[in-house]
Design a protein around this ligand. Structure first.
Ligand SMILES: *Cc1c(COP(=O)(O)O)cnc(C)c1O
Length: 403
């Protein structure tokens, strides 16, 4: 049948095969560049042999540059959550108070972990539409003359809401209060995408993961530790075995590990950091800022709202977009997956079905960004979600003026 214009069935019928590349735009795991995949696809090294020790020592040095630290960075074969647990059990004792800011779903998970480990979290609540409340943190610290609070835990970039909190401001509040608590920061969805300065901001424990800004598969966690955090190990009484930092540090000093490291992910990490440094970390950060701004301009042009309501806290790696009341963000995502072969992030916890999340982090160029926004605009139209056209155009206009 040779019709002039395709019938709706012709235009939209899902076939068994979806042509073209899948667009993976959840905020992690992110797309792994071919160069990194090729590096991972290599013969396994003997993790106790001489070649590995040399390689791993050089790699440890490289990883420190990503954190902007000269202090140790521990690499567990684990997802990011493992490093959360390690941070708590290596530095704290049962019943210790920890100050935590519940800025979203990941902050909530860390809080729940702290409770399950027998700590006593003091929660600072937010409306999940802005970053950590620095004034509320300062107030809690000023009131804690007895120094019961042993750690302040914050999520640098809250992936469930697209909100970035100010680590430098939290540090300044702690200094102003003269409070000796440890500062612990989760940078799982900001490391290597949004500026982070471990030494300059005097962070004691910083946690990262491989599968977001570092453009690797999941399976490696990172923990940058300060001398103060290492000293806290000596008196911390929470039980630890697999997550013991000291066993890692002792072995890492000569390039080795207490148990089998994820050797092939290390090959990938080595190349991923080369790629970041070839582009230049500052350029990588600027690229993420631009893509985030292009995304927000599209959202605004559609007449929709971002979950983050505070411009100072806009995330450069993920944008959560609210769908109008009475509409389903999950139905929109399902439609976009089926029609446009693109995965977007879902709403987590209380935001389930209310927001969808556009991940714009990792290995990403302008044209891919425009494609992502095009897929969203098609989906909005096909799902009958009230919006204005022109979001993609707004992003094109912005990117054209900001090459
Ligand atoms: C992804 C993420 C986590 C969880 O990391 P896993 O690797 O899935 O354990 C924690 N915190 C933040 C901010 C994240 O984005």
């Amino acid at each position: 049948m040779a019709s002039q214009s395709p019938t709706p069935q012709h235009a939209a019928k899902p076939s068994g095969r979806q042509p073209g590349r899948h667009f993976l735009h959840i905020p992690g795991p992110t797309n792994v560049p071919d160069r990194v995949l090729r590096a991972i696809d290599n013969a396994i090294l003997d993790q106790r042999g001489p070649a590995f020790g040399k390689f791993s020592l050089a790699l440890q040095e490289k990883v420190r540059r990503v954190f902007k630290t000269t202090q140790p960075v521990i690499m567990f074969p684990s997802s990011g959550s493992g490093a959360w647990e390690a941070a708590l059990v290596n530095t704290l004792s049962p019943g210790d108070a920890v100050l935590m800011c519940r800025v979203g779903w990941f902050a909530t998970l860390w809080y729940e972990m702290a409770r399950r480990l027998g700590l006593e979290p003091i929660l600072i609540e937010t409306d999940w539409r802005r970053g950590a409340d620095v004034e509320a943190i300062a107030e809690q610290l000023r009131r804690d003359g007895a120094h019961r609070i042993k750690a302040v835990c914050m999520v640098h970039n809250e992936t469930s809401t697209g909100v970035t909190s100010r680590v430098d401001e939290v540090r300044a509040a702690m200094d102003a209060a003269g409070h000796p608590a440890l500062l612990m920061v989760d940078t799982i969805s900001s490391l290597a995408s949004i500026d982070y300065r471990h030494d300059e901001w005097k962070v004691d424990v910083c946690i990262g993961g491989s599968q977001k800004g570092l453009m690797l598969p999941a399976g490696l966690s990172f923990t940058a530790v300060s001398a103060k955090a290492l000293a806290a190990q000596k008196t911390a009484r929470l039980p630890r075995a697999y997550w013991d930092w000291q066993a890692m540090l002792d072995n890492n000093a000569t390039g080795y590990f207490p148990y089998t490291p994820a050797t092939n992910l290390f090959y990938g990490l080595d190349v991923a950091i080369d790629m970041l440094e070839e582009e230049g970390l500052d350029n990588v950060f600027a690229r993420h800022d631009r893509h985030a701004e292009a995304t927000r301009r599209a959202v605004r042009a559609w007449g929709l709202e971002t979950q983050c309501a505070e411009p100072r806290h806009y995330s450069s790696t993920v944008t959560a977009v609210r769908v109008p009341d009475g509409h389903s963000a999950d139905a929109l995502r399902a439609s976009i997956l089926e029609r446009s072969n693109m995965s977007l992030g879902n709403g987590l916890g209380p935001l389930k079905d209310k927001v969808f999340r556009i991940g714009h982090l990792g290995d990403l160029g302008d044209l891919q960004m425009i494609g992502v926004l095009g897929g969203v605009e098609i989906g909005l139209r096909q799902c009958g979600i009230p919006h204005k056209p022109g979001g993609v155009q707004a992003a094109v206009d912005f990117l054209a003026g900001n090459a």
